[in-house]
Design a protein around this ligand. Structure first.
Ligand code: COD
Length: 306
């Protein structure tokens, strides 16, 4: 897969799902909703201050047709998060989407023991980038949810990203475990964890993918750099999924792809009872639409497994 456009093309063939949006009173969020409706992707439940939603919708000429859009009038950030998440929990909607709300507030509602979307697994963030000049798409995980994952959590973060990749058509994604160097250095925990994760995949404790690490960023993405260091592996230079050791590394890479390389992005949270569209508030309407498309398409794997 080379472009995010291919994902949007595939969504059109899937069954219609309902998306619960937490606080959509924001121009970029409503524009994404407008484009999604124009392309007949899904229907929406908009949770937030109805007056603000109606006023923002009228600013961008979005028709609030009740056949495709329902509004639930709720005020206050934590209450909006609770109602939007509960709608998915109670199966009134299939997918959750973050609108103009803090990531933390939404994730806290998602993790709520009674009305959240916990599945008993680790939840993690999976971003997919189309970077100009590159011959393939790159997944990056976890850039936004797990702060400093231990080995056990890292294994589940890989599995969650693999689930999304397979959901959109990758048969056996290649996973690079990133570290500052490509050899084990006992003073760098990221290199030790990477070597163990690689062996866990070889022994069948991580499935559906090929894992290799530690790999430095250049050895993971460029075959020239991998050859230069004489690294022979199925993943080196050809990685599809980049797994980072911490949120600091992930978030900085995410923002540098977008701001320095003009990357297009789509992002979801995987591992919950339903897919969650989770982009930065600053992301464009296009990114939000791409993320929605990724959630809609990859949700087939959720349906199969739940
Ligand atoms: N998957 C599954 N369960 C989890 C996860 C997870 N990733 N994280 C926490 N839980 C469970 C815990 O086991 C516990 O039972 C409960 O949830 C509460 O855990 P805490 O005390 O760690 O929860 P919070 O609310 O303090 O923190 C959870 C957040 C996801 C909010 C936190 O990890 C966080 O702030 N992450 C970073 C979010 C962020 O600011 N991103 C910015 C980049 S956009």
């Amino acid at each position: 897969m080379q472009t995010l456009e291919e994902i949007k093309q595939k969504v059109r063939t899937k069954r219609k799902q309902k998306v619960s949006v937490a606080n959509p009173a924001d121009q970029e969020v409503l524009l994404a909703i407008k484009y999604a409706l124009e392309q007949d992707f899904c229907t929406f439940l908009l949770v937030g201050d109805s007056e603000k939603i109606r006023s923002a919708a009228s600013d961008i000429a979005l028709e609030l047709d009740p056949r495709y859009i329902n509004i639930e009038d709720v005020k206050g950030e934590s209450e909006i998060a609770r109602v939007a998440v509960s709608a998915v929990h109670n199966r009134k909607a299939d997918i959750l989407m973050k609108g103009n709300i803090a990531t933390k507030s939404l994730l806290r509602a998602v993790l709520h023991k009674e009305h959240g979307l916990r599945s008993g697994q680790v939840l993690s963030h999976v971003a997919l980038f189309e970077i100009p000049g590159q011959d393939r798409l790159f997944f990056l995980t976890d850039a936004a949810m797990n702060i400093e994952p231990d080995l056990k959590v890292k294994a589940q973060i890989i599995q969650n990203a693999v689930k999304v990749a397979r959901g959109i058509g990758y048969q056996r994604p290649r996973v690079a475990i990133l570290a500052p160097v490509e050899v084990v250095n006992e003073e760098m925990q990221s290199t030790i964890d990477a070597a163990i994760l690689t062996q866990m995949q070889v022994r069948g404790q991580i499935t559906g993918c090929t894992v290799d690490g530690p790999l430095a960023f250049d050895n993971a993405v460029s075959s020239e750099a991998a050859n230069h260091k004489n690294i022979q592996s199925e993943v080196a230079g050809r990685a599809d999924i980049l797994m980072v050791p911490s949120i600091e590394v992930g978030n900085t890479l995410y923002k540098s792809f977008v701001y320095f390389a003009e990357a297009k992005v789509a992002a979801v949270v995987s591992g919950a009872k339903a897919p969650i569209v989770l982009t930065s508030r600053a992301d464009s309407a296009e990114s939000k639409l791409n993320s929605l498309a990724l959630a809609l398409l990859s949700s087939t794997t959720f349906e199969e497994e739940n």
